[in-house]
Write a protein that binds this ligand. Structure first.
Ligand code: 7RM
Length: 632
């Protein structure tokens, strides 16, 4: 399954295009199935309806745990590094992880959860988070992990959208020097969540919490009442494995649905290849399990390959900006997979945090979540990889389940800021506004994928029509990614960023419409428009234009109130970096906001605003430009 030369990559790629079913059928043989498939693939992008490994039966946890026990039961599966470096790290071998997953799976059953039920997980980055995820998969329950930074309202919306029956949380979480009261947030959320019957609470920070009789139980008590034997539930390849909510250009976040068989094959195959993982190596992905990167490349991908995965609770700058390098040195990390925003942030501290740190274990570096600029790429290459570790700039999405366009470490020649070439099985195509294919090299266009791959989303939970509209209707018979892309003279791909109204702030996906809706909930706000602008560390910053005639001269205070409202409605990650109060927004005669103009203003470049002839009131633009100049 592992590609070891560029020639082999080319051959595998060719085969995957000419005979996809044979190609993926062979890849899938590297996994453990209870029953084989009778058809590798059937598909229709119009409906859309996609089925991989039809008829096959499996349980992903048997692939991630049981099958490693005999040969590598004593190998570390998870190395947990706590937020506070003074505290002990924890190593769980495959045997230990298996035992704990089985035990907690029995806790879930004891609390009424069964195959097909949805379970919400809102937890800190502790081993029990991975255990909770895998325990759901063990019994065939569908997990919906929610990142610990989301607000009570965001959680309630997600829980209700998928009618979760059980919630798994902790008393609180550490994040650098801060503490987040997870259970308090869950308590607020659950006031409006009638489907939730049980809430299992892990003790972590030992802060006082309220425990509701009949609903709330302690993790530590529950595990005492069950044993650690739990036969894995037999799942169909196309049974749902998890839901993960992600932002789009319109409306509320969508519940992206992934299924058991295809997702497992794709996460495992891409992990083994992109990172060129070798047995016994230590692999460290700095993402949070609340995002897709954590699902696929902390939990399922690495564990399906018997790898050792570092799970880090903290942040790059706590207690000092040396923390990543301390973790690398301490655990002799061979592969470091992180985000450009973290690289840029650490870069800004200069060389001092790196002094005396032994990074010689590093063999492969990875980047994900947003375009990596050349400066950050070179810094990563020189300072961290010492010019010897290949950098894999991996492009993919929540919807794709796994890495799509990326170098294969030690195999693909890299080029700064390029995700390089599609992995075997991936057929990218660039199209223009009219959906015409843009052929040849040295071209730019909208990035689409023209053939299914095993890890692709199957639907958006409870609303198949929305899935169809969002991804399969912009261009008929193509999956539309929402990203713009350059294909250079060598046929290498560089992802240039979103072409829709989705922002990428510090690698977090946020819809402008979501932020606008949150701002509009603030008393006094009449209307708002949100755009992104280039930000040195975050990649993009959030710029909000707000009409609010009722500030009573207290603009600064009102801004703080708006930030508080956004924090309440979505979470702190969606807080605007800049708020500009205006008396009107640039609209066309048909009432559409001309975001193009607002983006120019936010970028601070209004020298050429393009065609403004359709503007209803051009004077508004002049006022906005003047006001923006005065904003720091
Ligand atoms: C994995 C993840 C997806 C969006 C995607 C892009 C952007 C991700 C890269 C990238 C340039 C990359 N899932 N993106 N990786 N842009 N180069 N290597 O991030 O669903 O949260 O976001 O992120 O715009 O559409 S995500």
């Amino acid at each position: 399954m592992q590609i070891t030369s560029f020639k082999q990559y080319e051959e595998d790629f060719k085969k995957s295009v000419e005979n996809p079913e044979q190609f993926w059928g062979e890849v899938a043989q590297n996994f453990q199935w209870r029953k084989p498939w009778f058809k590798v693939l059937s598909w229709n992008f119009e409906a859309p309806e996609i089925k991989w490994f039809e008829g096959a039966k499996l349980n992903i946890t048997e692939n991630c745990l049981d099958r490693h026990l005999e040969k590598s039961g004593d190998q570390p599966a998870i190395i947990w590094e706590p937020n506070n470096p003074e505290e002990e790290s924890v190593t769980l071998t495959y045997k230990m992880l298996h035992e704990r997953v089985c035990r907690f799976a029995n806790v879930l059953k004891r609390n009424g959860a069964k195959k097909g039920d949805r379970i919400c997980i809102y937890m800190p980055m502790v081993p029990e988070l991975a255990i909770a995820v895998l325990a759901c998969a063990r019994i065939g329950a569908v997990h919906s992990v929610i990142f610990g930074g989301f607000s009570a309202k965001s959680i309630a919306d997600r829980i209700n959208d998928s009618q979760c029956k059980v919630v798994i949380t902790a008393d609180g979480a550490y994040r650098g020097s801060k503490q987040i009261p997870l259970k308090d947030v869950i308590d607020d959320a659950l006031i409006g969540c009638p489907t939730v019957e049980k809430c299992i609470v892990l003790t972590h920070v030992r802060t006082p919490v309220s425990m509701l009789k009949g609903r709330d139980v302690w993790w530590e008590d529950e595990v005492k009442h069950v044993n650690d034997i739990c036969e894995a539930e037999e799942m169909d390849a196309e049974d749902m494995l998890f839901i993960l909510y992600t932002s789009g250009s319109t409306g509320k976040p969508k519940g992206v649905v992934h299924t058991c068989g295809g997702y497992m094959v794709y996460a495992g195959y891409t992990f083994a290849n992109v990172f060129n993982y070798q047995p016994g190596e230590v692999y460290f992905c700095t993402a949070d399990i609340g995002w897709i990167t954590g699902h696929s490349y902390i939990v399922y991908g690495p564990l399906s390959q018997g790898a050792t995965s570092v799970l880090f609770e903290g942040i790059p700058t706590y207690p000092t900006p040396s923390r990543f390098w301390d973790v690398v040195e301490k655990h002799k990390v061979n592969t470091l997979y992180t985000a450009p925003t973290a690289i840029r942030s650490l870069m800004s501290y200069g060389d001092e945090p790196l002094e005396g740190k032994d990074l010689s274990s590093i063999r492969v570096l990875g980047s994900v979540g947003e375009p990596i600029n050349e400066e950050a790429w070179h810094w990563f290459d020189e300072k961290i990889g010492k010019g010897k570790a290949p950098i894999v700039d991996t492009w993919w999405q929540t919807e794709t389940g796994g890495i799509m366009i990326s170098p294969i470490a030690t195999v693909t020649p890299t080029k700064p800021s390029f995700a390089t070439l599609p992995l075997p099985g991936i057929q990218p195509i660039l199209v223009d506004e009219n959906g015409q294919e843009i052929v040849g090299n040295g071209v730019m266009g909208n990035l689409c994928i023209k053939f299914p791959w095993p890890g692709m989303l199957r639907t958006t939970y409870g609303d198949h029509e929305r899935c169809k509209q969002t991804y399969f209707s912009t261009y008929p018979n193509l999956y539309f990614t929402g990203d713009g892309c350059l294909r250079d003279e060598d046929g290498y791909y560089r992802i240039t960023g979103r072409v829709d109204d989705v922002l990428n702030v510090s690698g977090h996906r946020i819809g402008t419409a979501e932020v606008e809706n949150a701002i509009n909930m603030h008393a006094g706000v009449v209307e708002s428009a949100v755009v992104g602008y280039p930000h040195d560390v975050k990649g993009q910053g959030i710029y909000a234009f707000v009409i609010n005639p009722e500030m009573h001269g207290e603009a600064e205070l009102t801004k703080k109130d708006i930030l508080q409202t956004v924090t309440r409605v979505i979470g702190a990650i969606a807080k605007p970096d800049k708020i500009l109060f205006v008396s009107g927004l640039p609209k066309t005669r048909s009432g559409k906001i001309m975001r193009r103009i607002l983006r120019k203003v936010a970028e601070g470049d209004t020298s050429n605003l393009g065609d403004t002839s359709t503007l209803l009131d051009p004077a508004v633009v002049d006022e906005i430009i003047e006001a923006a100049k005065a904003l720091k």
